[in-house]
Design a protein around this ligand. Structure first.
Ligand code: AMP
Ligand code: GLY
Length: 423
């Protein structure tokens, strides 16, 4: 089969690595890819949001299956455009991707199926939102979320009423994130441990992957600003089979059923962002795609053929499929550019990649990199994902950090505490 992979981050490098291992894979294209993906696929300089160009490319190159990494093209309707061209797409339709594209829509579906989640209200008017805050959150923390797509910048966890009022001002009055802030969700703040539960679904069945814990804050000890993700690990000692079954039966399966009943069946990866409080999972959010960096720890564990699973998903045959994962442990550490998630420099040479490629139980997935005259240069905020495998989390962690120590670029920063708290 001829596969087109859309995206160019660490998630897509991990997907490319796994797709390449499939006996079904005759050709792999990536749009736009990165320097790591270029070693596995033919990279074409089409941005993920250029939907007509992607459809044209897929048609002209006889692509049999499109695998989509990021959310933006899905929310904008890439799967629908491909379907019109009769090209199978692994990723939900525009209507189904609203579960990530609109926080208000996601909360309404959760409420409709009684999925445990924080109590919430939706506002289109800043005065009404601020009055609600003064009435309900005078002395209680709350969370304010821009309804629309905001590239991970639209969520404000507010300790004080002042912070909350400022967030409403920023989103709704100043339009600091543009259209995304025209409508907001205000919800109660939840406490507990976060967990990413990714499931394959064909619109009916759900196949869960091992739960992953993601480190979102830039600095050690969960300080500093939120980022796209600075590292992650699996397995989670606290993710018991009972907890996963509760999440599936109270959250994932009811939502899949509700989406089908609305006439917008959900196909692809449904990523439930959960907060676990005393063995009870609550839904924080849904994502309509693989997680980044979660995928960088899940693909090395996946023993089943990814193309077979993707085909079963798009053909509605997941009930006949199984997804086997190795019981080993994996730790991913993200190496970021100095300054990330704020301003940072790019074009800096990376040293040490050659040496670490020889290490056993270590995988390197590129994120923001590009090749120039035989050298690999930094080209983004998150630059590399260093993945360590082991029979235990402590071994996996040692393997990851041993490799991290051999890689260098100017300004490089990373968290030294990924998976530390579980050991
Ligand atoms: P979301 O994009 O909705 O997942 O929000 C991003 C991050 O904000 C989550 O991963 C949590 O860390 C945090 N968050 C979102 N909603 C809540 C909530 N109700 N209580 C506490 N933290 C939250
Ligand atoms: N790791 C968080 C995300 O993919 O949204």
């Amino acid at each position: 089969m001829r596969i087109l992979l859309v995206g160019g981050g660490g998630r897509e490098h991990a997907l490319a690595w796994k797709l390449r291992q499939s006996s079904y894979c005759d050709a792999l294209f990536a749009a736009p890819g990165n320097a790591g993906i270029a070693q596995l696929a033919d990279c074409v300089p089409i941005p993920p949001k250029a939907i007509p160009d992607l459809v044209d490319f897929a048609r002209q190159n006889a692509v049999d299956l499109v695998v989509v990494g990021p959310e933006s093209p899905l929310i904008a309707g890439l799967a629908d455009a491909l379907q019109e061209a009769n090209i199978p797409c692994f990723g939900p339709s525009r209507a189904a991707a609203q579960l990530e594209g609109s926080k208000a829509f996601a909360k309404q579906i959760m409420a409709q199926v009684n999925a445990p989640t924080a109590p919430f209200a939706v506002f289109d008017d800043p005065d009404a939102a601020q009055a609600h805050l003064r009435e309900r959150f005078l002395e209680r923390p709350c969370v304010i979320k821009a309804d629309g797509e905001a590239l991970g910048k639209g969520v404000f966890v507010c300790e004080t009423l002042g912070d909350a009022l400022d967030a409403v001002e920023f989103l709704m009055v100043e339009r600091g994130l543009g259209e995304a802030g025209g409508r907001i969700v205000i919800e109660e703040r939840l406490y507990g441990r976060e967990m990413s539960l990714l499931c394959l679904t064909d619109g009916q069945s759900a196949l869960p992957m091992p739960p992953v814990r993601d480190y979102k804050r830039a600095l050690e000890g969960d300080r500093g600003p939120n980022t796209g993700g600075m590292g992650c690990y699996t397995p989670l000692p606290d993710a018991t089979p009972e907890l996963i079954e509760t999440a599936l039966s109270q959250i994932v399966r009811p939502v899949i059923r509700a989406m089908a009943q609305r006439g917008t069946p959900y196909q692809g990866v449904l990523y439930a962002g959960l907060m676990v409080q005393e063995s009870q999972p609550y839904t924080l959010e849904f994502n309509c795609r693989f997680g980044d960096p979660e995928t960088q720890v899940l693909m090395p564990l996946l023993e089943s053929d990814l193309i077979e699973l993707a085909l079963a998903t798009v053909e509605g045959k997941l009930h006949e499929a199984s997804a086997r994962f190795s019981p080993r442990a994996v730790v991913c550490v993200v190496l970021a550019s100095g300054g990330y998630p704020h301003e940072y420099r790019t074009g800096l040479p990376i040293d040490g990649l050659e040496q670490v490629s020889q290490l056993p139980d270590v995988l390197i997935f590129h994120a923001g990199t590009r090749a120039e005259n035989g050298r690999i240069l930094t080209a983004g905020g998150r630059v590399l994902n260093v993945v360590g495998l082991g029979d235990t989390l402590s071994q996996a962690r040692e393997n990851a950090y041993r490799a991290v120590e051999q890689i260098r670029f100017e300004g490089m920063h990373y968290r030294g505490d990924v998976a530390q708290s579980v050991l």
